[in-house]
Design a protein around this ligand. Structure first.
Ligand code: VGL
Length: 204
């Protein structure tokens, strides 16, 4: 019998990646669309990744990357409502679009940009340098579980988690590694996502 045992372990279906959503200067204190606690979250993500790197097959990140000199499909407004319209933020190549300095960007292996000429809350709307979308990037690497952290909990983290579920990933949000536009909005978003099957946990 022993001679008939397969040489390779069966795929156990636990190839895990982490997605860092929009940890950019403009979404942190002093930025155009500052979320309270954003700078701390950037540092906490760095600490978490340095300690837990071996848990992850892939570290991916998204950046909001809007076109200069236009309203990006109505996403920018001079009198924003902070629900559907926003002040100018994360213009491609600008200082505000940079990763927050507390985030160690050397830990990021794949990046997608989103929002070029359009509102794009979900990282799954983004493209890598090679033109792949995030789902393709993750599935090509055999990833089936995705942890999500970043900013803003109630917008881009929420939309990314919903799309990750739709794409068939097992999804977990590490809530203490997120910052929100509106804390009550994030709480409601997490409650909705939990009902859909997203696990809401903490890193520490
Ligand atoms: C975001 C508002 C507008 C986000 C992006 O990254 O969550 N929020 N654009």
């Amino acid at each position: 019998m022993a001679g008939h045992e397969p040489q390779l372990l069966p795929t156990l279906g636990c190839m895990k990646a982490i997605l860092i959503v929009d940890v950019q200067r403009d979404f942190t204190e002093g930025g155009a669309l500052a979320c309270e606690g954003g700078a701390n979250v950037a540092g906490a993500i760095t600490d978490y990744l340095r300690t837990n790197a071996s848990d992850y097959h892939l570290v991916a990140a998204s950046r909001d990357w809007h076109n200069p000199g236009e309203d990006n499909g109505g996403h920018f407004a001079s009198e924003p409502d902070f629900i559907d319209t926003w002040p100018v933020h994360c213009v491609a190549g600008s200082e505000g679009a940079q990763y927050h300095p507390n985030l160690d960007q050397s830990l990021i292996e794949v990046e997608v940009h989103k929002g070029m000429g359009e509102p794009a809350y979900s990282a799954f709307e983004g493209r890598s340098e090679g033109g792949q979308n995030l789902e393709q990037v993750l599935k090509e690497r055999g990833v089936d579980q995705l942890d999500i952290v970043g900013i803003a909990a109630d917008y881009c983290v929420k939309a990314s988690a919903a799309d990750a579920l739709k794409a068939g990933f097992r999804v977990r949000i590490l809530s203490d590694l997120t910052a929100a536009v509106n804390a009550a909005g994030a709480k409601a978003a997490f409650a909705d996502l939990e009902k859909e099957g997203v696990r809401i946990e903490t890193a520490v």
